[in-house]
Ligand binder design. Structure first.
Ligand code: FAD
Ligand code: SF4
Length: 503
């Protein structure tokens, strides 16, 4: 009897359940990794994401080999042919795969029609198991993230004093919204030089054919980590240099500051190089050794990982398969070309899109309140926007994309995740960034030649969807402001919005 383990590109961890299941029978087990060129061409993925995933897979395959596993590494057009060949050559009697985090990939495996049975082992890459989330969710009418987060704090005993939250409050969010005023001393980020394996992947992607189908993105310099050891270094670096000040400027955006105080851990967490519980526990432990740190910073960070990340994953599993098709506002405008090229006179979008082209990363507020917000208020199709996010980001996967873009970002699920749409005018961006200072548009104008598009689209969005929004009590104040706009001015606003789409 020979067991086969197929390690997927986002399951790069020795404790992942399919490998762990065979660990005691290493000598009767075979492991395979497959880089599928066809899969990589399905969307115009960021070239640095392909480097990250393939280099991390090659490094992990090498680590397994050094640990005594028999490893086959295939670079092929598709997944099917190399699997069949490997199963037959090694007389594999059962193929074990850890349940993929992404639904479409699980379906792809189920359709492969392989010559041996396939066993899916439970996905253990998240803190909450799928079953436990289901159990939590099925007992509730409203799936509120704050309730889930509090349950997680208690269940995993994180920042608790007995059965009370440390500091007497569960949530210090209101302390964490400082605008970036004055001179800020922002810590450097930790980057890495590519080694030989990474350089090989970069060279293979440098071929003209590949680059032309993924032309929007910058391949080099590639500076992401590609091993668990480097992921742990990023975690340690974050804890030592950024965690204590993570909170106050969590929502702030500053020109040319790509990462601010953010952790930059999502690429590694999403590949499985590092486990979310070890991240949360490391932050908690650092706080216990540095009680002078602001609890609001540590709690704010832990809420992102133990709260938001786990919640978004749980909701993805819990929601039906029609979730990605939802479009509550019936938005159908095509995605503007500048999302790909970065060429727009709107300075906030230009700065962030240029950064995404360079490194495949933007922090949460840049994603939510600029890239996503514009799509929402301009009425762009949520599905087109999701495809773009999926292609553009180094950390994008189906499970995290759907809930963040379709749900939180576009409110296309009608409010299953967010209690109100994350729509904002230039006022928010002007307050939370320095982008408007260097823009040809005026963040204070909503009509006239240099009116900021975020302004006329914002009021146009509220006016267009007045009937859908009027029953949401969190929108009442905003809608009262809409009602105060004189009809002639509102008409000009709406004309500017319509003209922008026609231009
Ligand atoms: P930090 O701000 O330092 O936060 C720490 C960690 O918390 C992150 O590494 C991440 O693992 C987790 N986290 C925080 N918020 C979320 C969230 N809403 N969903 C999931 N994890 C969260 N995250 C991705 O991992 N991949 C994506 O493709 C992605 N796309 C997004 C698209 C939109 C429109 C929005 C609004 C958010 C998206 N996010 C995505 C969530 C979040 O923006 C990123 O996880 C975060 O910016 C990653 O950077 P960081 O590691 O420096 O995060
Ligand atoms: Fe963006 Fe408008 Fe500010 Fe320009 S003025 S940076 S378009 S919000």
């Amino acid at each position: 009897m020979t067991n086969g383990v197929w390690v997927l590109g986002d399951q790069l961890w020795t404790e992942q359940s399919a490998l762990a299941n065979c660990a005691e029978e290493k000598s009767q087990s075979q492991v395979i990794f497959i880089e599928s060129l066809h899969h990589a061409q399905e969307l115009p993925y960021h070239l640095q994401k392909l480097v990250l995933v393939w280099s991390a897979m090659r490094h992990f395959a090498q680590e397994l080999e050094q640990a005594g596993w028999s490893v086959t590494y295939k670079i092929a057009e598709d997944f099917h042919s190399p699997l069949i060949e490997w199963i037959e050559q090694n007389k594999i009697t059962e193929l074990r795969v850890m349940t993929p985090s992404d639904r479409p990939f699980a379906k792809l495996i189920a359709r492969l029609n392989l010559p041996c049975p396939v066993t899916f082992t439970p996905n253990n890459r998240f803190i909450w198991s799928d079953l436990d989330f289901h159990d939590w969710a099925s007992k509730r009418k409203h799936l509120i993230m704050e309730d889930f987060y509090r349950e997680g704090r208690q269940r995993f005993d994180i920042l608790m004093v007995g059965n009370q939250p440390a500091g007497g409050r569960w949530n210090f969010d209101r302390d964490n919204r400082k605008p970036p005023k004055g001179k800020l001393t922002i810590p450097e980020a930790l980057w890495f030089e590519p080694d030989d394996i990474t350089t090989d992947v970069i060279n293979s992607l440098n071929s003209a054919a590949f680059k032309s189908s993924h032309e929007y993105w910058q391949l080099q310099p590639f500076r992401w980590g590609v091993t668990r050891q480097q992921a742990l270094q990023v975690l340690e670096f974050f804890i030592q240099t950024r965690l204590s000040d993570f909170g106050p400027y969590q929502d702030a955006m500053v020109t040319k500051e790509q990462t601010m105080w953010h952790a930059m851990l999502s690429p590694y967490l999403n590949l499985g190089l590092i486990h979310p519980l070890e991240v949360v526990e490391a932050a908690q432990q650092a706080y216990s050794q540095n009680q002078q740190w602001e609890l609001s910073s540590v709690e704010g960070f832990i809420r992102q990982v133990l709260g938001w990340r786990e919640y978004m994953h749980g909701i993805y599993i819990y929601m039906g398969e029609d979730y990605p098709e939802r479009n509550w506002f019936n938005h159908t405008q095509p995605l503007p070309d500048f999302y790909w090229t970065g060429q727009t006179q709107m300075n906030c979008l230009h700065q962030i899109l240029t950064q995404v082209k360079e490194i495949g990363y933007a922090h949460h507020i840049q994603r939510l309140m600029v890239l996503n917000n514009f799509g929402l208020i301009a009425g762009i199709s949520p599905q087109e926007l999701e495809d773009w996010f999926h292609a553009a980001f180094i950390d994008a996967y189906d499970w995290v994309m759907q809930t963040n873009v379709i749900g939180m970002g576009q409110f296309a699920d009608g409010g299953a995740i967010a209690s109100k749409p994350y729509a904002a005018s230039a006022n928010y961006i002007n307050n939370m960034s320095d982008y408007c200072k260097h823009c040809i548009y005026n963040p204070r104008s909503r009509t006239g030649d240099n009116a900021c598009p975020f302004n006329f689209f914002y009021w146009d969005f509220l006016a267009r969807h007045y009937d859908k929004l009027k029953n949401n009590h969190r929108m009442s104040l905003i809608l009262r402001n809409l009602e105060r706009i004189p009809p002639e001015e509102l008409q000009q606003i709406r004309q500017l919005a319509a003209a922008w789409h026609e231009a």
